[in-house]
Design a protein around this ligand. Structure first.
Ligand SMILES: NC(=O)c1ccc[n+]([C@@H]2O[C@H](COP(=O)([O-])OP(=O)(O)OC[C@H]3O[C@@H](n4cnc5c(N)ncnc54)[C@H](O)[C@@H]3O)[C@@H](O)[C@H]2O)c1
Length: 361
């Protein structure tokens, strides 16, 4: 399988996302181009024993490298682990402004190491080597980095674009089944936003993805990265009308994820949010009702249960959505809807009990 380069053409920080397998040579060439004084690889305790040694040996061919592993899991995306990273980076042999941070892991590591790179000495360069499907097709591209705060997810963060991203499909063979499936909801989201060919492909080929067929994984990652890259090019910092569309399914999805307190993975909650967003689309944007069934079928075929858990009360969902960073001051919320499959817009929708009822359908 050859490696596919995807260009993200940002005016100030253009970069390349490589998708393929055996990307060692691509990694070496790209790192040498950056001429780093030193490297720091950040990973987590699950990925470290599986993949870190191979990548450390590789990057040491370019410059002196040190490694830090944080405990796996969303709980590590916090200021304590960030502080440990600064301490380690500034301990001899210390990093300097010409060093490069290499994030090897899922979206948690990418966000944490990304924010670390964004803030260390006012910003050092970052290379992303995503190891989860979610990180490959979504979080490693676009430059959003953050840690969580007790008051909410991703509350402390920065935009910091990577210098390069390497999606090595091989590493997905060790990803737990549930994590692999979970990411497929982000691929469905991407299809709904503007990739109808991907939508039809998913309807026919989602089983191949779940079986980790390398060609299917590569096709899915490539299509989603191309799509996300194009959106980021138009609206790098979510100040325009494009990037907000990536929140399709996330209004309810984030609320369900929060209220389920770690019992549900991000993508599992997004699957629920996507179907809910389609119901709201039917009411507010005239999405034809048969389209909702088509989406529900795909979500179920991917193995998700798109029902809002019965234990979650409407008033609790409303409370969490009201605390969303993207809420508007006048009692409305920017809600991403699909007037038709493959096309999305953000509408101001009244944030009240009726909205939750509409989402439940
Ligand atoms: N920056 C963005 O634009 C953006 C977008 C979406 C999500 N995110 C963030 O991404 C995070 C979720 O990402 P995630 O789903 O990758 O979670 P994660 O990083 O926690 O990874 C999920 C699990 O899989 C393990 N893992 C990862 N790769 C593996 C591999 N190859 N083999 C075996 N185990 C592996 C991890 O150790 C972890 O236990 C959240 O923090 C979310 O906020 C960021």
């Amino acid at each position: 399988m050859s490696a596919i380069p995807i260009e993200v053409k940002l005016p100030s920080t253009p970069y390349r996302v490589w998708v393929g397998d055996n990307l060692q040579q691509n990694i070496i060439v790209a790192l040498k181009d950056l001429s780093p004084s030193s490297l720091m690889l950040v990973t987590d305790s699950n990925v470290a024993p599986l993949h870190a040694v191979a990548f450390i040996d590789l990057i040491k061919q370019v410059a002196p490298a040190k490694t830090m592993s944080v405990p796996a899991g969303e709980n590590s995306k916090n200021l304590d682990q960030l502080s440990r990273l600064y301490d380690f980076a500034l301990t001899e042999p210390a990093l300097d402004r010409d060093s490069v941070v290499v994030a090897l892991g899922g979206g948690m590591v990418g966000d944490l190491a990304g924010f670390f790179a964004a803030t260390l000495m006012r910003g050092v360069r970052l290379v992303q080597i995503p190891t989860s499907l979610l990180a490959m097709l979504d979080s490693s591209v676009g430059g959003k980095t953050a840690v969580n705060h007790a008051r909410g997810k991703n509350m402390i963060g920065a935009f910091h674009q990577p210098s390069s991203v390497f999606c090595d499909i091989n590493v997905l063979q060790t990803l737990p089944d549930r994590e692999l499936r979970s990411a497929i909801s982000e691929a469905i989201k991407c299809a709904l936003l503007g990739q109808m060919a991907l939508f039809t492909w998913l309807e026919n080929s989602v089983d191949m993805l779940l079986r980790r067929d390398p060609n299917a994984l590569r096709h899915c990652v490539t299509t989603c990265v191309q799509f996300k890259g194009a959106i980021v090019e138009k609206d790098e910092r979510e100040t325009g009308k494009e990037r907000i569309l990536l929140n399709l399914g996330h209004t309810l999805g984030h609320a369900v994820e929060t209220l389920m307190g770690g019992k549900m993975l991000h993508g599992e909650a997004i699957a629920i949010g996507l179907l809910a967003a389609m119901r709201v689309s039917a009411k507010h944007a005239a999405l034809p009702v048969p389209a909702i069934k088509r989406i529900e079928n795909l979500i179920r075929k991917a193995g998700f249960d798109p029902t809002i858990p019965a234990a979650l009360k409407d008033e609790d969902i409303l409370k969490v959505i009201s605390a969303d960073k993207k809420r508007a001051a006048n009692g409305t919320i920017k809600f991403v809807v699909c007037p038709r499959l493959g096309h999305a817009v953000a509408l101001d929708v009244k944030l009240d009990a009726q909205l939750i009822k509409d989402m439940r359908g």
